[in-house]
Each structure stands twice: as C-alpha cells, then as structure tokens.
Design a protein around this ligand. Structure first.
Ligand SMILES: Nc1ncnc2c1ncn2[C@@H]1O[C@H](COP(=O)(O)OP(=O)(O)OP(=O)(O)O)[C@@H](O)[C@H]1O
Ligand SMILES: [Mg+2]
Length: 510
C-alpha cells in the first residue's frame, strides 16, 4: 500500500512519488525523537525565559539608561511639561526624513503641516559619536497598540517590553523615552539634552506666530498686538549685495552669541540705527530683520508714552527675541534735552491719518485691539520722557533682561541726533539706506516683474547715473497697471513708465 504523507506546512513527502510502510516505520521513530526534543525545549523555555535571560545578560554587559519625558509634570496641577514639547519639536525635524509612522497636523495658522512620531515609533539619533534612541509612547485608548505604562523599548539589548520608563505614568499619559548606554551618560546629560532644547527653541522661533505690538493711543498703558505677517525678506530688499550680506552676518552672529555675551559681561542686545531719505526701505528692513530672526516687533510710539516710568514698564514687559523699534527718533524725542509735547511732535506719516484703530504700515493695514480706555486721556497728557531717561532705561533695562533684543532707531536726519543717543554700544550698527543703485533696481525688477534682463535696462542704468531715485519710487513704477497684458508687455510698460518718470526728474533738476 502506498500512502502519501503530509508534513507541517502542507509539503508532500514522497520517495519518487511514493513511500513504503517499512520506510514509514523509520521515519516515525525519527519524528518521535524530534517531538521529544521539541517538547523538552519548550518545557525548558517555559522554565527559563531565554529571551529575558539573554536580555539580562546583555544588560549586564551593556547597561542602558532610560530617561522619560512625560507630557505633564508629575505635580498635582498636571502642568504642561515644556521639555516634552521641545522633544516633540526636535524629533519632528529628525523624523520627517527618517521615521516610517508619523502623525501629521496642521499648524501655523493653517499654513504648514507638522509631523510627529506616532505611538511606539522609534527614532535613532547620533550626537558626538553617541547612539541615542527615542520612542514615543501613549496610554491613550485611541493610540494605536498602546504601550504599557512603564514599558520602554530596549534598543541595545533587543526589542520588547521590560523595565524602564522612569516615573509612573497616569492613564492617558504620553511620553518620549530616551535610551542610551550608561557609559554615554556624561555626554547625554551634560550636552545632548541642552542641544535638543536649543534646537527646539530655534525651530519653535521659526514657526511660531509672531506679533506686532504697539503702544499707540488705543492701547492703554500697555501694548496691544496683532499677528505680524509682513512678507518682506532680505531676498526682496533692494540693497547692494555685499552690504546686505554684512547685515545678515551681523544679525546671525548676534543671535547665536548668547554665551559670548555672557562671557564678556555684556547684556545680550544690539542697537541698529537706520538712516536715510524717505522711501529708502528703513521700515521694510525692520520687517525683513524680524522675519530673518523670527522676532516679535514692538513699535514704540514715544509720543504716546507719558513718563520715564511708563516707558520703563513698557520695555520691561517685552518678550525675549524682540525688536523694539522707535521710528523717526528725531521727531519722537527732543534729542538734546526735554522732549516736545505730543501735539508738537511730528507724528509718523503712516499713522497720523488713521481715522480709527486700523493703521497702515508699509502699505499694509493692521487692525489693533483696544486693550484699555486711556487712549482719549493720553492725547492731552504732556509726556515727560527725556533723552537721558530713555538712555538710562535702555542701558539699565537691557542689562537685567536675559533675552536677546534688538533696538532699532530710524531717522531721516541722522545729523540732528544727539551723539549720546547713537554712540557705539547703544547703536552698534549704523546703516545708511540710500537712493537706489542699479543693483538695487535689478532686485526690484526681479521681484516685481520677474525679469533678470531686459533691453530697456541699459536706459535705466544710464539715467540712474544722473538722477537719484528711491527704491520706493522705482517700486511704484514697477507695479503692474493692468491684469490683461502678457508678462512681457507688462514688463515693457512698467520699464517705460520708469524711464519716463526718471527723464522728467532729470529735466526738472536741470
Ligand atoms: N530697499 C528697498 N527694497 C525693497 N522695497 C523697498 C525698499 N525701499 C523702499 N521700498 C518700497 O517702498 C515702500 C516704502 O518703503 P519704506 O517704508 O521701507 O521706506 P522708509 O525708508 O521707511 O521711509 P520713511 O523714512 O518715510 O519712513 C515699501 O513698502 C517698499 O515697497
Ligand atoms: Mg519708515
């Protein structure tokens, strides 16, 4: 009798095509032998947990440390643990290029998508030759395959659950667990965690919603704010490229020099004086700086400040990473001694005609919220802010505040300013914003018309050698006047307009 035999996995064993019963006897005893050993091994494994044993053995050889960063602090208030969010930000940058399972969410006012590690997703990082493993864990019932409360992955000694995870977690807790070898503890505790925090701050500063604050007549004794959403950047700023690069390098060096400022015992602040004729881009430059560094802008209206004390309180309530701007400083303050009464001071053009709380800044309308009711009273209040008061407050205030701050003064008349106000150490960088050069014009032509070359460029260049035009004048002429024309026709029409107005100007100056 020939019987086909079927083994585990459904494979048919045949000898040729068949197998005789005598062979089956031998096969049967071999099979019984295997089964015996299999049974013994399984029994042994149930007595000695081999994987656990191997893990324990390895953990003796390569001891691990786990650091758990919980979403909430362990105190009674369950307050938000800022480190958790810093780790999340740091890992989202790392994970976006590497991790397989990510959570996506919309942020930044619906303009960008942020990615974060999904539950139980692991991420490897390297820092100064140290191998670091992160895993995200969540006890939330909705989390995919939730991990046990104190389960931490063992990266160096094999996967799976085990001990670790630090403090006991609460139901619904989310946490990041960092695992590394014990021998790397000094680098991780000493430097890596600071690096994570520092990088997260940089990323948060870049993506956070920034604000424009003002102390105008509608904001009571404090600041009122709106979202700062100005599109200016150094790319779009018409300026000689080497000068632009010097400014950007200076700003970047400043923003990265926290330790250096601390070492030399100076407050972490830098003063910029922007001077030049109207329409040369001083206000635009301030917006570009704010966007470049990711700072908030405090537009300080000195004529609306009642006294030195009020000024001190205003400046003390600014956030870190801020630019405090005083536009037209020569008009805002009597630069030699006591300042003018508000009624006599020139109010900045961009503000003075505003009929309501809506203000036009750099061609954009901003609507300010009213956070106080003192606006009406202030108009008639005589301000007592003095130059020396301003200087003392600036010098004194910045010395005690830890965060990085820029203070920017603008003026059309640098020659009128008291030297004490603009001396080095107060206004460290003096930038002259001047009439447009041909290089500046080409930047504007690229921005406004999207062209790098044009047959009419030569005529513009020749005229620029003879007449002075501000970037604002050029920008005005390069604005398309119709939507119907082709891009090439629009460019030609705008350049002809510009040439015409420059020729007129040349004629008028003869
Ligand atoms: N250097 C520049 N680069 C790009 N655009 C510029 C530049 N200068 C001026 N503009 C354009 O001209 C407009 C007016 O410029 P801006 O308000 O910056 O001049 P300003 O120097 O601050 O003038 P004011 O002294 O009157 O305050 C801006 O909205 C911008 O469109
Ligand atoms: Mg201006």
């Amino acid at each position: 009798m020939k019987l086909p035999l079927t083994m585990m996995g459904g494979r048919q064993m045949t000898s040729g095509n068949t197998m005789f019963l005598s062979d089956m006897g031998m096969m049967g005893s071999t099979l019984a032998g295997y089964l015996f050993w299999w049974g013994s091994l399984t029994h042994l494994a149930s007595i000695v947990p081999i994987r656990g044993f191997i893990r324990r053995l390895k953990s003796r050889l390569y001891p691990e440390i786990h650091i758990t960063v919980h979403e909430q602090n362990g105190d009674k208030s369950f307050s938000r643990n800022e480190l958790y969010y810093a780790v999340e930000t740091y890992l989202s940058e790392l994970a976006s290029g590497k991790a397989n399972n990510l959570k996506a969410a919309i942020s930044n006012n619906g303009r960008s998508v942020t990615l974060a590690l999904d539950n139980r997703e692991k991420m490897v990082d390297f820092f100064d030759g140290v191998h670091l493993h992160w895993v995200h864990q969540s006890d939330s019932p909705s989390a995919n395959g939730a991990a046990g409360p104190s389960e931490a992955a063992h990266f160096f000694v094999g996967g799976g659950g085990g001990r670790g995870g630090g403090a006991a977690s609460t139901r619904g807790d989310k946490r990041y667990v960092l695992t590394f070898l014990r021998r790397d503890r000094p680098q991780v505790v000493g430097r890596y965690l600071s690096h994570v925090l520092e990088r997260a701050r940089e990323l948060q500063a870049k993506s956070r919603k920034r604000k424009l604050y003002t102390n105008g007549p509608y904001s009571g004794a404090g600041w009122s704010s709106v979202l700062f959403d100005h599109p200016a950047s150094f790319d779009t700023l018409a300026m000689e490229p080497p000068q632009k690069k010097r400014i950007m390098d200076d700003l970047m060096t400043f923003s990265k020099s926290k330790d250096y400022y601390a070492k030399i015992g100076r407050a972490w602040k830098r003063g910029y004086l922007l001077h030049g004729p109207p329409g040369t881009g001083k206000s635009t430059m301030i917006a570009a700086i704010a966007n470049f560094l990711g700072y908030d802008v405090y537009d300080l209206e000195l004529t609306a400040v009642g006294s030195n004390t009020e000024l001190r309180n205003l400046l003390a309530s600014t956030t870190t990473k801020a630019i405090v701007v005083v536009e037209d400083i020569d008009c805002s303050l009597e630069v030699t001694a006591a300042r003018k009464a508000p009624g006599n001071a020139r109010t900045r053009g961009r503000w003075k005609d505003a009929p309501s709380k809506s203000k036009r800044i750099n061609g954009m309308n901003y609507c300010f919220s009213d956070s106080g009711n003192e606006g009406g009273e202030k108009k008639n209040k005589k301000s007592e802010v003095t130059l020396s008061g301003l200087l003392n407050i600036i010098d004194g205030l910045w010395s005690v505040c830890g965060g990085e701050r820029l203070i920017v003064f603008t003026t059309n008349h640098v020659e009128k300013l008291d030297p004490a106000l603009i001396r080095k150490g107060r206004m460290d960088v003096h930038i002259e914003m001047s009439y447009s050069t041909f290089e500046g014009f080409k930047i504007l032509a690229k921005n406004y018309l999207d062209i790098d070359h044009h047959p009419l460029f030569d005529a513009v260049e020749r005229l620029m050698e003879e007449v002075k035009v501000t970037p604002a004048d050029i920008a005005e002429q390069l604005m398309p006047k119709t939507l119907d024309a082709t891009p090439a026709d629009k460019a030609s029409a705008c350049l002809q307009d510009l040439i015409q107005s420059m020729t007129k100007l040349k004629g008028a100056r003869k």
